[in-house]
Design a binder for this molecule. Structure first.
Ligand code: R5P
Length: 260
């Protein structure tokens, strides 16, 4: 692997334990002002010290994130549709690799929609992005987006994740499911899990714990952190599960509930 690519990957997946806590705040690229992200400067600044990387769009990065914050950036570079449409799969690449370099991105992220009517478009976009990224030493994180009509089971997710890796993604983000080992064990690159819709804090910590136990390299979590009643405590608790091996119960009782 090229040095630059390897070096950037190590900013995201920490070499000391090969794990990562990515904070995802890119929801606005198709959802607009998502609850908890209305004023990103105010809500996200306190969390930056605890996340290993921040996944977001260039518009929010340029306008709302302190350039001196020192947090590795995973730049969302796909889009083109909104929640007002029934089919969210009609995405294209929305940011040039040159701009990603200008923004000092440690990785770029794009969604693919396996099984959707725009499946091919997503895979070809991913392939193009990987080629461009290789030119500059920038890894690509592929997000396996799941349409409303698709079942989030190991059969489907392992298919989607494997296709992303075969196309050249350096990291693949997917959803947690039963038999998650199957998803991880059939993927040659690190797999991280999304948090999904806001649930109870213990439940979200349980998801993180189970994902790590079954081989995930970490989480790329958004709503379950920034929509939590205590977002700083929540990210610290997630970190304790991912990097320190605490169980969900331990993290909930000794980190989420204890720290002010
Ligand atoms: C969705 O397409 C975005 O990429 C989010 O970053 C992703 O869903 C993770 O956020 P959450 O934990 O809120 O699901």
């Amino acid at each position: 692997m090229d040095y630059g690519l390897k070096n950037r990957l190590s900013r995201i997946i920490k070499p000391k334990d090969n794990k990562t806590v990515m904070l995802a705040i890119d929801h606005g690229y198709f959802m607009g002002p998502t609850a908890g992200l209305e004023n990103i400067k105010r809500s996200i600044a306190p969390l930056l010290n605890y996340a290993d990387s921040l996944m977001l769009t260039r518009g929010i990065l340029r306008n709302q994130i302190d350039a001196g914050a020192g947090i590795p950036i995973v730049l969302r570079v796909s889009g083109g549709t909104s929640i007002l449409k029934d089919d969210l799969s009609d995405e294209d690449i929305t940011v040039s690799m040159e701009d990603a370099v200008r923004l000092n991105a440690s990785a770029v992220a794009l969604s693919i929609f396996i099984g959707s009517k725009n499946e091919k478009q997503g895979i070809i976009n991913l392939a193009r992005l990987v080629d461009e990224g290789n030119r500059y030493g920038i890894p690509v994180l592929a997000v396996t987006a799941v349409g409303r009509e698709m079942t989030r089971d190991a059969r489907y997710l392992s298919l989607a994740v494997r296709i992303a890796a075969e196309t050249g993604a350096s990291i693949v983000k997917t959803y947690y499911c039963d038999d998650f080992e199957r998803v991880v064990n059939t993927c040659p690159v690190p797999v991280v899990v999304a948090g999904g819709k806001k649930t109870g804090e213990e439940e979200a910590l349980e998801l993180a714990y189970n994902a790590i136990k079954r081989g995930a390299a970490g989480v790329d979590m958004g709503r379950n952190i920034f929509q939590s009643e205590k977002p700083v405590n929540m990210i610290k608790a997630v970190k304790a599960v991912v990097h320190k091996g605490l169980t969900a119960e331990e993290a909930y009782n000794t980190v989420y509930n204890i720290i002010k």
